[in-house]
Write a protein that binds this ligand. Structure first.
Ligand code: C2E
Ligand code: C2E
Ligand code: C2E
Length: 88
């Protein structure tokens, strides 16, 4: 590979996600809830998701993965240090 992908873990802040308006975060909130159901992981304050899932979500939001990462940082759903990891 070209080595362009630095695969830092994507850790979503579930408490922050619940505070945001549904019309903004709807697809992400449904995606996270689905992953929680699939794992049986309901009690966490955070949820680690796959890098591949961020790519799928970026398509849903019509953004690049880097743009979606910036937006999630702006919402407070991802910590600021998540930024450089998803740039390609
Ligand atoms: P699966 O993809 O067939 O994964 C089966 C099991 O392998 C998972 O059970 C988990 O114990 C382990 N596993 C697979 N990939 C990883 C990984 O990157 N890290 C870790 N820590 N474990 C991994 P689990 O957690 O009960 O998940 C059951 C099924 O739910 C998964 O089957 C998958 O179909 C779905 N799922 C769970 N979490 C995610 C996710 O974050 N993204 C996606 N796309 N699917 C997920
Ligand atoms: P870590 O990955 O840095 O996660 C730190 C803590 O964040 C975890 O402590 C847990 O309280 C929370 N956390 C992170 N992702 C999730 C998530 O998807 N769901 C929930 N419910 N909580 C999450 P914990 O559980 O005591 O784990 C401590 C460390 O043990 C983790 O640090 C990681 O290094 C390792 N670990 C735990 N479970 C797994 C796993 O499934 N796969 C791998 N590779 N490491 C794991
Ligand atoms: P992690 O468990 O520390 O796994 C780090 C990376 O190792 C994953 O990045 C993936 O590239 C690889 N990996 C770990 N376990 C497996 C596996 O069973 N099969 C495959 N094909 N690859 C594996 P990725 O995919 O970006 O996932 C990031 C984090 O999201 C994982 O960190 C874990 O905390 C969480 N996660 C992803 N998928 C699942 C899942 O199915 N179940 C659970 N419980 N956690 C998951």
């Amino acid at each position: 590979s070209s080595g362009a992908e630095a695969a830092t873990k994507i850790v979503i802040n579930l408490e922050r996600l619940q505070e945001l308006p549904a019309d903004q975060v709807g697809p992400l909130a449904r995606y996270a809830a689905t992953i929680q159901t699939q794992r049986g992981d309901y009690n966490g304050k955070v949820l680690s998701i796959r890098a591949e899932d961020l790519r799928s979500l970026a398509i849903i939001y019509d953004l690049t993965p880097g743009e979606l990462t910036d937006r999630l940082i702006g919402w407070g759903v991802l910590p600021p240090e998540a930024g450089p990891a998803m740039q390609e």
